[in-house]
Design a protein around this ligand. Structure first.
Ligand code: HEC
Ligand code: HEC
Ligand code: HEC
Ligand code: HEC
Ligand code: HEC
Ligand code: HEC
Ligand code: HEC
Ligand code: HEC
Ligand code: HEC
Length: 400
């Protein structure tokens, strides 16, 4: 066959379907937009065919409205409900409206509560008030929307942190809010962030702690989030005295010692009276509890030094005992900790302890700001208690 003949055949083969089939809703929009010069106008027509929506025939008009039969720009007929650039509120209505139920043409197989969650979230409330906030397409994209488990999706595990950070790590975009912009920088250096980068499927992303659509406030997220995954430690913590007093003071359980975005690899540096120890923020020298704090620190420290000197085999053998010590620590079971430390130390044998304090790790959480405010809160509460005591005492004396 000649080259010309082949080309002719190919051209007929390619155009035949368009000539014989009546134009489907998306085709007039796509056909024109695919040829437009301006990238902003062309890109949607190139990206959409790759999306999950194209597979489900969720075409241009189902989101934008307009007249899908019209081959001219009057296809953008406002009377047919055409909207060009959908605002976050309009996105919620069009995307959320379809995703909220399984009824109607091209409806999803499963209903999603995305719209309901988003509407009552900080994001949705800000959008409703006309402030800057993400609509559905800011997180999912508008045209290259993929299934959330698809690695190409902007909200896949590998991509979601960057998607949140696009706004939350941008000082310019965060300028009009009261929120800090340091969560991303802290998170990627944290234990969780580093394991996510290694592909660990179980560590939390921004969306696991804050919810995908609820943008839950962090303290609310922490109240259940950490314990949900670190179940055993959570249960141990709930048995201890901290559980009760933290609730009374409004402290945020795990976060007070480990931080939230900056969670670092824990170790003996975190406990006791040392400069990096989390305990120092609330327990100062001279307080009655301080002796107990220091004893816990000394016990954990000597156990860890013994473990560091032990052979791999020995360390493995002692793992359960070490784990028991960590659980006892979270339950503030002082005897439990020293008992486990004794067992570890005697099992490993004598260790050279000239280098007494364990070297602080380079990944410690930044506690400075918190420390100040915890001190202020504790100090204030202490004074209030004193004042309360004095007043009650006076009232009693007056009555008697
Ligand atoms: C004959 C060509 C043509 C057809 C058919 C067409 N468009 Fe357009 N579209 C354009 C051009 C040109 C622009 C840019 C100028 C303008 O906004 O009118 C545009 C702009 C747009 C915009 C951006 C509007 C904005 O405010 O920035 C959207 C969204 C859009 N079209 C969607 C659609 C949809 C949906 C359909 C099918 C119902 C469609 N177009 C059919 C040519 C077309
Ligand atoms: C699932 C819903 C959905 C579908 C389907 C959809 N769009 Fe859009 N489109 C949007 C949203 C939402 C925006 C606004 C995005 C934004 O502002 O970031 C948008 C924006 C646009 C824009 C403006 C882009 C810009 O940067 O200014 C054009 C042009 C456009 N769409 C054309 C199309 C065409 C053509 C089709 C069909 C091939 C289509 N859209 C299908 C939701 C959709
Ligand atoms: C702040 C970012 C963000 C916004 C805004 C957002 N989403 Fe999502 N969405 C996500 C993330 C992250 C996931 C993945 C959740 C997961 O892996 O559990 C997701 C999952 C989904 C899913 C699949 C799982 C489910 O919940 O059914 C749908 C459908 C969805 N979103 C629709 C929407 C719609 C509709 C809107 C607008 C009302 C919206 N999303 C707004 C981040 C967002
Ligand atoms: C006309 C209905 C309709 C509209 C409008 C619509 N979608 Fe969808 N969407 C679907 C269908 C159908 C699927 C395929 C998955 C299914 O059946 O559950 C889907 C899939 C998705 C998924 C993947 C869900 C998953 O389980 O992994 C996301 C995310 C999504 N859409 C977001 C959006 C966003 C964002 C918009 C608006 C910009 C939007 N959708 C508009 C019908 C719609
Ligand atoms: C398009 C930008 C943008 C994206 C993307 C975005 N956010 Fe936001 N987010 C904001 C803005 C703006 C606010 C502040 C809203 C306000 O004015 O209260 C906010 C607020 C928040 C809050 C604070 C809630 C509170 O109670 O104070 C959390 C938590 C949050 N976002 C989490 C996320 C998570 C998680 C993601 C990714 C899944 C994400 N955001 C994606 C812009 C964004
Ligand atoms: C391990 C759980 C966890 C992860 C992962 C996480 N956060 Fe948080 N986030 C928290 C906690 C707890 C707080 C509240 C305490 C604080 O401010 O440190 C918080 C606070 C915030 C705030 C301040 C407003 C508020 O809700 O208190 C924003 C904004 C925020 N996180 C965004 C993000 C972003 C963006 C990511 C991903 C880069 C992320 N978070 C990852 C737990 C988490
Ligand atoms: C989605 C589940 C999940 C959530 C939510 C979560 N974590 Fe984690 N966390 C993990 C996984 C998985 C690891 C890495 C495996 C391991 O060492 O346990 C980890 C590691 C850690 C480590 C280091 C453990 C070690 O031995 O080095 C600490 C400390 C930690 N998380 C504290 C927290 C705190 C505090 C919160 C709440 C602010 C939290 N986690 C929320 C799953 C989670
Ligand atoms: C009073 C401070 C404090 C609080 C509150 C606290 N932790 Fe810890 N956590 C520590 C210290 C100190 C270590 C290091 C112990 C060691 O090195 O043996 C540790 C270790 C850990 C580890 C590592 C476990 C391992 O096997 O090595 C995880 C995970 C952890 N904590 C999670 C949590 C969670 C989840 C919460 C909330 C339920 C929480 N922690 C509350 C001080 C605290
Ligand atoms: C956010 C503040 C805060 C932090 C951080 C903190 N504690 Fe406490 N702790 C308290 C409060 C409040 C009490 C109750 C004080 C009292 O009973 O007088 C308490 C009580 C205790 C007690 C006494 C328990 C009992 O049964 O008598 C011990 C032991 C203790 N903490 C150890 C520690 C250790 C070890 C650390 C560091 C790893 C630590 N705490 C970090 C606030 C904190």
């Amino acid at each position: 066959m000649t080259k010309v003949g082949f080309s002719l055949l190919l051209a007929v083969a390619l155009t035949a379907p368009l000539l014989t089939r009546p134009a489907r809703a998306e085709e007039t929009c796509i056909l024109c937009h695919r040829q437009l010069r301006e990238a902003r106008l062309r890109r949607p027509a190139v990206e959409w065919p790759t999306s999950i929506h194209a597979q489900e025939e969720v075409s241009c008009v189902l989101c934008h409205g307009g007249n899908g039969e019209d081959e001219t720009v009057s296809a953008h007929d406002p009377d047919s409900g055409f909207i060009g650039r959908l605002s976050p509120m309009q996105q919620a209505e069009r995307c959320g409206g379809c995703h909220g139920s399984t009824e109607g043409d091209h409806a999803p197989d499963e209903a999603s509560d995305a719209w309901a969650q988003w509407r009552q979230s900080a994001h949705g409330r800000a959008a409703e008030a006309g402030s800057f906030a993400p609509g559905c397409a800011d997180c999912h994209g508008a045209h290259a929307v993929h299934e959330v488990t698809d690695p190409r999706a902007t909200v896949s595990r590998a991509n979601v942190v960057e998607t949140c950070a696009y706004c939350h790590a941008d000082p310019g975009l965060m300028a009009d809010t009261t929120l800090p912009d340091d969560q991303y920088d802290q998170y990627i250096e944290s234990v969780h962030g580093r394991k996510l980068a290694e592909g660990d499927p179980d560590v939390p992303t921004c969306a696991d702690c804050h919810d995908a659509h609820g943008a839950r406030h962090g303290t609310e997220a922490a109240a259940t989030g950490c314990k949900h995954c670190h179940e055993e430690i959570g249960a141990a913590f709930d048995r201890g005295r901290h559980h009760e007093v933290f609730a009374n003071y409004g402290f945020v359980d795990c976060v007070e010692c480990h931080g939230s975005h900056e969670v670092a690899e824990p170790g003996a540096w975190l406990i006791g009276g040392g400069a990096q120890a989390a305990c120092r923020r609330c327990h100062g020298r001279g307080q009655e509890v301080f002796d107990k704090v220091r004893k816990l620190g000394v016990d954990v420290n000597r156990a860890e030094q013994a473990l560091a000197a032990a052979s791999d085999e020995k360390r493995q053998e002692l793992e359960e005992t070490r784990r028991g010590m960590v659980l006892a620590l979270h339950a503030l079971d002082i005897d439990g900790v020293s008992g486990a430390a004794d067992r570890i130390v005697s099992s490993v044998g004598p260790v050279d302890t000239t280098d007494a304090q364990a070297a602080p790790s380079s990944h410690q959480p930044a506690h400075a700001g918190r420390a100040f405010w915890s001190a202020v809160v504790l100090g204030g509460l202490f004074l209030l208690t004193l004042l309360g005591g004095v007043l009650v005492g006076r009232a009693r004396r007056r009555r008697s």
